[in-house]
Ligand binder design. Sequence first.
Ligand code: ZN
Length: 308
Amino acid sequence: MTERQTTLETTVSIEGQGLHTGKMGKMTFCPAPANHGIKFKRVDLQGQPVIDAIIENVISTDRGTCIGTDGAKVHTIEHVMAAFRGMNIDNALIELNMEEIPIKDGSAKFFVAAIEKAGIKELNAEREYIEITENISIEIPEKKTKIEIRPSKRFSLNVTIDFESVVLGEQTAIMDDISEFKDKISPCRTFVFLHELEFLLKNNLIKGGDLNNAIVFVNHQLPQEEMDYLSDLFKKPRVKVNGNGILNNLSLYFDNEPARHKLLDMMGDLYLLGKPIKGHVTAYRPGHHANTEFARLISEKISVVTND
Ligand SMILES: [Zn+2]
């Protein structure tokens, strides 16, 4: 049985704020022909440069995965990439009028909804998978990170995080089949520790952040004046810490939502291989740097195989 490549039936737009710049922008998903892959187009720049969403174009993995070529870049692509992978879309052109993807609620839910709204169309070309034929692994000892992929007929992931903190210790998320992505993974939002958030806000590194686009973990009891300061910062009348160490901005969809979000990030980063993978991934303490290094390693091993 052969599967066919897909694209979108029609175009669809999403508007929203960038997390780091705070700017409002518009993103439009457009249909693309077979073997086009996923590409981003900066329609706000002269010449409207197009950036292929491939591992070779990764230029930074600091607080999100950023790709770029010839001075044009796109920040925080991972949640959109996860949505396209999770919804089995092979080809699309993503037009964007700013340098980062709208953060929306910090998950992939809005991107999945947009894809469904546009509709999915099969193309007259066979889908090619990256088939893993031997175990491939990477270790980053200073971060206690280990990622491995082994041969499998499907794409599945088992992701464990451990922030060695009272409020966020070890937890695991599992996706056995891509069909689980939409309901179990795509709504899972990004998260941050309060001390990181304060640092980022004070240093102007996030401007579009408010209490609606991240789960905020609080590691220690905060004095009232600190809470008042946060209320001001977030422009909310009453900020408090719930029993599970989470700020009262939102409640968790799943107990292991943070681990599920890291699984989502990993799907997005691995889709920079340009084709879907068949293999079973096991990851301990992954992150964008490790994920993209791992994708690079897979890419090298595959090119060796095809050159034989
Ligand atoms: Zn993320």
